[in-house]
Design a binder for this molecule. Structure first.
Ligand SMILES: Cc1ncc(C[n+]2csc(CCOP(=O)(O)OP(=O)(O)O)c2C)c(N)n1
Length: 493
């Protein structure tokens, strides 16, 4: 049957799928092998967020299952986030019965077109052969850099149809080596002025920490984190680390004012939140990234290749520079700093999923970066951290989601999955009673409107995810981090 063949293919990549099914996915679930796990999420988008967390932990293809038009459309925000975060994610959606699609029955939708702007490719199978071939194609596309989600719609009746098809061992490698002559040319430009390096999330994705450290040391140039870095871009305890670039382009320009050449490696500056002036207008900018889509967004020099390979080959051309290092000045908040300083020595090997919009710079300043230590999303999407954190812990790793009370309310259903399937996941809610990052900008906006006052710990407890509220942050962190059980501590500011 097609259902058996699908799992024969999927087993080459994973042992699990994250989803929320409806009637059109039951025939897919029917063929679930006993050694392949279906992680139930209580909301469609949450399943996609969990799959993203699984990818971050495992570095493997993530698989999600969504329910026809209602489930897919309900999950679009999370799919957009997976696209922006460059997550290799295969989404399988159930479609209505193939012979009646022309009638457009309940649950039917043009799934390919609904998903199209937010995935690398989307397909709908008309028969069993197409289903297996489109799945194979969607997997290859998801795993071709820059990674991203792909979508395959399979009408529910096809799963139980016979198919004669041999699943071959999957082999798909993409080589993104950099050309030596290009590197030489780029490094001549780099050596012509005072260089600042901007380092991005690809350093973590390609595990190029040693390479970027040796390269920066040879150049003797400061390293800044790209704006809204979603994964650790450098080891922040290193003396050349100069901080996270700010949210406004005018402020980024000020920080980088002293440097003539800006070398962006493994990331981009496109993710600036407030584009209030032309970014790096007067500079010689060189961007080295594996992401040709991001590279296309700016007119400056771009080299599209593997940043790790670039660093390995470029180091021999790097000449030392002797400029002053201008460090980023971070925003302050005494209370939040105290909480994070208390947390830091207790973190042990917990990976942080950060979603405290007002305090993100403070989180980074105090907890710092090291390989795989901290994740957030690139899309500016709130509600991502708790599902992603559970997906990460479902792979057997330890995670701590630090979330605002506002962010918590978008996707706390993931705590039900955490409670059902177990794992080592913790949650720290910093409750400032509402949307501080929005209240903060304009005093004329109705404060009440932006201040939903909720009690996340009560919602967590309703799913048997142990939660407690604290005024004293020391007691909160002591309770939260004293063992490896799943817990949520809420601190009211
Ligand atoms: C899915 C989504 N909806 C709405 C927003 C807009 N938004 C950005 S921050 C924010 C408030 C977040 O509140 P909280 O997590 O408590 O953090 P705080 O602003 O208080 O620091 C909102 C609603 C968003 N970024 N993403």
């Amino acid at each position: 049957m097609l259902g058996d063949k699908i799992f024969e293919l999927l087993k080459q990549f994973s042992d699990r799928v994250y989803g929320n099914p409806g009637t059109t996915e039951l025939s897919f679930i029917k063929y679930l092998p006993s050694d392949f796990k279906y992680y139930l999420a209580l909301q469609d988008g949450v399943a996609v967020g969990m799959a993203e967390g699984y990818y971050l932990a495992s570095n493997k293809l993530a698989i999600a299952n969504l329910h026809a038009a209602p489930g897919l459309s309900n999950a679009l925000g999370f799919i957009y986030t997976a696209l922006t975060d460059r997550v290799p994610l295969l989404i399988i959606g159930g479609q209505q019965t193939s012979s009646y699609l022309t009638d457009e029955p309940r649950l039917y939708g043009d799934l390919s077109n609904i998903s199209k702007p937010l995935v690398k490719a989307s397909f709908e199978a008309k028969n069993t052969y197409e289903a297996i071939r489109y799945l194979n194609r969607a997997i290859k596309l998801a795993l071709t850099p820059p990674y991203g989600p792909t979508f395959v719609s399979i009408p529910e009746d096809l799963e139980s149809k016979d198919i004669k098809y041999n699943i071959d061992p999957f082999y798909h490698k993409v080589n993104l080596c950099c050309n030596e002559d290009d590197i030489k040319e780029i490094m001549e430009i780099a050596n012509s002025g005072n260089v600042a390096i901007i380092s991005g999330y690809e350093i973590d994705a390609f595990d190029a920490f040693n390479e970027i450290t040796s390269f920066a040391e040879k150049l003797n140039s400061p390293v800044y984190a790209e704006p809204f870095a979603s994964r650790p871009p450098f080891i922040s305890s290193h003396k050349l680390f100069a901080g996270d670039l700010p949210r406004r382009s005018s402020e980024i320009n000020k920080v980088l004012d002293n440097y003539d050449v800006i070398l962006i490696i493994g990331g981009s500056v496109n993710n600036v939140l407030f584009p209030d002036e032309e970014l790096l207008g007067s500079k010689k900018v060189i961007e080295v990234t594996y992401d040709w889509i991001e590279a296309s967004k700016r007119p400056w020099r771009t080299l599209v290749c593997n940043p790790k390979d670039f660093l390995v080959k470029a180091i021999k051309y790097a000449k030392p520079h002797y400029g002053e290092i201008k460090k980023v000045v971070y925003p302050r908040n005494d209370k939040v700093e105290e909480i994070l300083k208390t947390l830091y020595p207790n973190l042990r090997n917990y990976t942080v999923f950060d979603e405290v919009p007002s305090y993100r710079e403070i989180v980074r300043n105090i907890l710092g970066y090291k390989k795989g230590s901290l994740y957030s999303n690139r899309a500016g999407f709130i509600g991502w951290a708790i599902p992603a954190s559970f997906g990460y812990s479902s792979y057997g790793k330890k995670s701590l989601a630090i979330v605002g009370d506002g962010s918590f309310n978008y996707s706390f259903q993931a705590l039900w999955s955490a409670s059902k399937y177990g794992g080592k996941m913790k949650v720290l809610v910093i409750n400032n009673q509402g949307y501080n990052s929005l209240r903060h900008w304009n005093n004329n906006i109705n404060y009440e409107l932006l201040s939903p006052n909720t009690s996340p710990w009560k919602l967590a407890s309703s799913y048997n995810f142990e939660g407690k509220e604290f005024d004293d942050h020391k007691k909160a962190i002591d309770w939260l981090m004293s063992d490896d059980t799943q817990k949520l501590a809420e601190i009211r500011l």
